[in-house]
Design a protein around this ligand. Structure first.
Ligand SMILES: Nc1ncnc2c1ncn2[C@@H]1O[C@H](COP(=O)(O)OP(=O)(O)OP(=O)(O)O)[C@@H](O)[C@H]1O
Length: 260
């Protein structure tokens, strides 16, 4: 008999189907999705436009409910997880409040939860440091670059110390250089926060650089076509992007699309 370990997955999909009903048609966005994500894992959902990545993320966050199958978070329903505020979400565009300075954008969720001012200030200082925005607390969002705005959004999503961070193409609107730097920064943040991250992207290199595992989705209807382990050691470094192993992984993932 082995020693009992906690093997309950952090996020579990069992035979999940998502059908959207529109006025004159039904769209089968996802079909037969079954997958497990472990606590503390960094995974990417990768696939072309329309394969259901955002739908999967919305199901995880209980923003929508599946038309068949089940989504569980730490063995409980996604609804309970949402009510227990286990999620932090970062969207493609930063959704900041233009009339609030950087610091009060970050502390907004804490304010809404009634956290006292001195605790809010303490936390904001730590988060600003974590995302590399120390010194910018009193700027307004429009005074920041796109990359900096997205860092504010990440800090705000982390304010409630979410067990699960859901990120929907957070860097896709940024230039390649900024995007790669933010990838590195995100991993540095994650190594401190140590939560579970689900990252949506249609960039193969981005998914490889960041993840422990890449879930490859194919469209019409959206389904899981491969799960690829990324054995690159951590911490990941910019040089790894040019390594033979990295290119092999790119080829492998490309191949998994062609097989569909
Ligand atoms: N609210 C909705 N009503 C009807 N159909 C929808 C709705 N949301 C998404 N769909 C359809 O479901 C499918 C999956 O959409 P989804 O946005 O999840 O894909 P995606 O992979 O995130 O795409 P992208 O990379 O372009 O954001 C698409 O065919 C889309 O048109």
């Amino acid at each position: 008999m082995g020693i009992a370990v906690n093997t309950v997955p952090e996020i579990q999909f069992e035979g999940v189907e998502m059908k959207y009903s529109t006025a004159n048609a039904e769209v089968l966005a996802l079909q037969q999705i079954s997958m497990d994500i472990a606590q503390g894992e960094f995974v990417s959902l990768l696939g072309p436009s329309g394969c259901g990545k955002t739908t999967l993320l919305r199901l995880m966050a209980d923003l929508i409910q599946p038309t068949a199958g089940e989504v569980k978070v730490a063995g409980k329903s996604a609804r309970e997880a949402r009510q227990a505020q286990k999620y932090g979400i970062v969207f493609q565009s930063p959704v900041l409040y233009e009339w609030r300075k950087v610091k009060s954008n970050i502390t907004l969720p804490l304010e809404l939860m009634g956290v006292k001012k001195n605790l809010r200030e303490e936390k904001a200082a730590r988060l600003l440091e974590l995302v590399g925005l120390k010194g910018f607390e009193d700027k307004y969002p429009w005074q920041l670059s796109g990359g900096m705005q997205q860092r504010v959004a990440i800090a705000r999503a982390l304010a409630m110390e979410p067990e699960i961070l859901l990120m929907d193409e957070p860097f896709s609107a940024l230039d390649e250089f900024t995007r790669e730097r933010l990838n590195e920064e995100l991993l540095a943040i994650w190594s401190e926060v140590k939560n579970t991250v689900v990252f949506v992207t249609h960039s193969i290199p981005e998914s490889i650089f960041l993840s422990d595992r890449v879930f490859v989705l194919s469209p019409h209807p959206g389904r899981l076509s491969a799960v690829v382990d990324i054995p690159l050691p951590r911490p990941r470094t910019p040089e790894m992007r040019g390594s033979a192993e990295f290119f092999e992984l790119i080829a492998r993932i490309r191949g998994s699309f062609e097989g569909v």
